[in-house]
Design a protein around this ligand. Structure first.
Ligand SMILES: *[C@@H]1O[C@H](CO)[C@@H](O)[C@H](O)[C@H]1NC(C)=O
Ligand SMILES: *[C@@H]1O[C@H](CO)[C@@H](O)[C@H](O)[C@H]1NC(C)=O
Ligand SMILES: *[C@@H]1O[C@H](CO)[C@@H](O)[C@H](O)[C@H]1NC(C)=O
Ligand SMILES: *[C@@H]1O[C@H](CO)[C@@H](O)[C@H](O)[C@H]1NC(C)=O
Ligand SMILES: *[C@@H]1O[C@H](CO)[C@@H](O)[C@H](O)[C@H]1NC(C)=O
Ligand SMILES: *[C@@H]1O[C@H](CO)[C@@H](O)[C@H](O)[C@H]1NC(C)=O
Length: 486
């Protein structure tokens, strides 16, 4: 039941949950008459004496549209181990419009309707065929119109990142603290940087990991985010050579030969898609599917490169099942026996509402989108996915709030320096983007974790963890230029 204060109830066995609403969280911070949101907030409570208690650390898992509640349930105990302290409440929340927060962003009337849309949408490479861009443009316009027509609760234009930053301040204040302690990954770095730009004197700690260029974000031009994508793919080739044929199923003696082998396989799948049936589902391994699985694997090399190699090698032999199962697409099932369960899996809708609602209005024609993609493809051969998808999605979007925060995402003087971390080959949040954000916050420090993958969480590094601890517990920043091994 939503409440004005943080009235906790036990949930998910070791956690506490609450929903914070009404006057605390106005949908429109400049017009309270618009109504209120009720935010789902969860904590892994501190376990220390009142004298040692150090308040809440808020966490955002990215997306945008990711459920902070689900993420904390999955990862809260790990965060506690990483932080090595029980003096903090580890807190997350579903941003307004997302998952268990209400009202919820939703463009579809039933789960089945949503599933049919999603099945037809993903994954579609902008390079799949000559009509891929026109088709994606058309679907983006269709979705934009649907969203505008079906925005019954009126939530969409209030979901922007600036409002989520304001909500974080309210949550922090409800805990009895004036300044924010925060850890955000991926899109959560846009949120953290936006907070620092809006409330530079309310920063106690802001740690952002897998840093996205927030100004590029506001321009709906994520081209810079693809700077290291191909470097992450190169890590697959190099890693395969180093691992040898017993460990890497897609082995060849040199990286160039593995790249050639992959290119031959890709051409073959483009010419002749491979059907795949697994124990949980079925589908077609075609060009778009293969490309998207490879792109997805670049996020978490340490867990996915070996199975990717296995999937590619079996695919060469005409067997698509191993590769297909890497995509984790589970088939939609109508749960006809229980339609009382509240709907909350709205990641797709929340994502587009935030990424496009934050940005400048994009009115690209099909030709402009084709030019945009062609230019972005000079930065990475994977521009067909997140970079292109972001631009195409936003070309159909219609719902904007005129007084949203439009940047620049900078602050001359924050009340405590930000800490930034980047891996050395992040496929969607490269060092180049982290450097740009760092330049906007004088005094902030950027350090590197020397590994491929998206955010430092994609590989274990005691060195990285130690810097996190030093920062939160002691306020100590790593020396500039610090590089952490895994
Ligand atoms: C997008 O950004 C890239 C550089 O990151 C630039 O080359 C390109 O012109 C930009 N495109 C648009 C449409 O602004
Ligand atoms: C495909 O390969 C997997 C793993 O090696 C195997 O379990 C499966 O039986 C193969 N499927 C076919 C149709 O050969
Ligand atoms: C139906 O869903 C509700 C809400 O999630 C849940 O509490 C209930 O146990 C479910 N009932 C069945 C029969 O699965
Ligand atoms: C698009 O596909 C064609 C044909 O497979 C390929 O030659 C080209 O390099 C691809 N473009 C990009 C940007 O990956
Ligand atoms: C930055 O802000 C702090 C207080 O938040 C203040 O003590 C300090 O003098 C400021 N520094 C500069 C360079 O303005
Ligand atoms: C913080 O500093 C204190 C005193 O210098 C030290 O004993 C402690 O180990 C430090 N904590 C961390 C997590 O580095």
């Amino acid at each position: 039941t939503p409440s004005q204060d943080l009235e906790w109830v036990q949930c998910y066995s070791i956690f506490q949950c609450t929903r914070l609403e009404a006057r605390s969280v106005p949908l429109d911070y400049s017009d309270p008459s618009v109504g209120n949101a009720a935010l789902a907030v969860i904590r892994l409570a501190a376990n220390s004496s009142p004298a040692d208690y150090r308040g809440p650390i808020l966490f955002n898992p990215g997306g945008p549209g990711g459920s902070g509640v689900d993420t904390l349930v999955a990862s809260g105990p790990s965060f506690e181990v990483i932080l090595g302290s029980k003096q903090y409440d580890l807190v997350s929340f579903d941003p307004r419009g997302v998952s268990y927060s209400t009202p919820i962003a939703s463009f579809f009337e039933t789960d089945a309707e949503r599933a049919l849309w999603n099945i037809a949408s993903v994954p579609e490479s902008l390079n799949a065929s000559s009509d891929a861009i026109p088709h994606a443009w058309g679907r983006a316009r269709l979705l934009g119109q649907l969203a505008a027509q079906r925005d019954m609760s009126g939530i969409l234009k209030y979901m922007t990142t600036d409002n989520v930053a304001r909500d974080m301040l309210r949550i922090t204040q409800k805990f009895g603290f004036e300044k924010l302690k925060y850890y955000g990954i991926s899109y959560g770095t846009v949120l953290g940087a936006t907070f620092a730009a809006l409330f530079p004197d309310k920063v106690e700690r802001i740690l952002i990991d897998g840093v996205v260029d927030a100004d590029a974000w506001l321009n709906a031009n994520l081209t810079i985010e693809a700077t290291d994508t191909d470097k992450a793919l190169q890590a697959f080739f190099d890693g395969c050579v180093a691992a040898g044929p017993d460990v890497c199923a897609f082995y060849k003696p040199t990286a160039a030969e593995i790249a050639g082998r992959l290119s031959t396989l890709t051409d073959s799948v483009r010419a002749q898609p491979v059907p795949a049936i697994t124990t949980t589902g079925y589908g077609l391994v075609d060009y778009s599917f293969l490309r998207s699985v490879i792109f997805g694997a670049l996020y978490s090399p340490y867990t996915t490169f070996a199975p990717l190699a296995e999937g590619l090698a079996t695919l060469e032999n005409g067997n698509g099942t191993v590769l297909y199962s890497l995509s984790q697409q589970s088939p939609f099932q109508c749960d006809c026996t229980n339609d009382t369960a509240p709907f909350h899996l709205n990641g797709m809708e929340a994502r587009i509402a935030v990424e496009c609602g934050d940005a400048v209005e994009v009115k690209d024609s099909i030709q402009q989108l084709a030019d945009f993609y062609e230019n972005a493809a000079k930065t990475s051969q994977f521009a067909e996915f997140s970079v292109g998808e972001n631009r195409v999605s936003c070309s159909g979007w219609q719902v904007y709030r005129e007084d949203r925060f439009k940047g620049p995402v900078t602050a001359a003087n924050t009340s405590f320096p930000l800490l930034l971390v980047s891996t050395s080959a992040d496929p969607v949040a490269p060092m180049a983007a982290a450097l740009k954000v760092q330049a906007g916050f004088p005094g902030s420090v950027l350090f590197t974790q020397d590994s491929p993958g998206h955010t430092s969480t994609s590989a274990p590094s005691l060195c990285t963890i130690n810097h996190f601890r030093q920062y939160f517990l002691n306020g100590t920043l790593p020396a500039p230029g610090t590089v952490c091994p895994v």
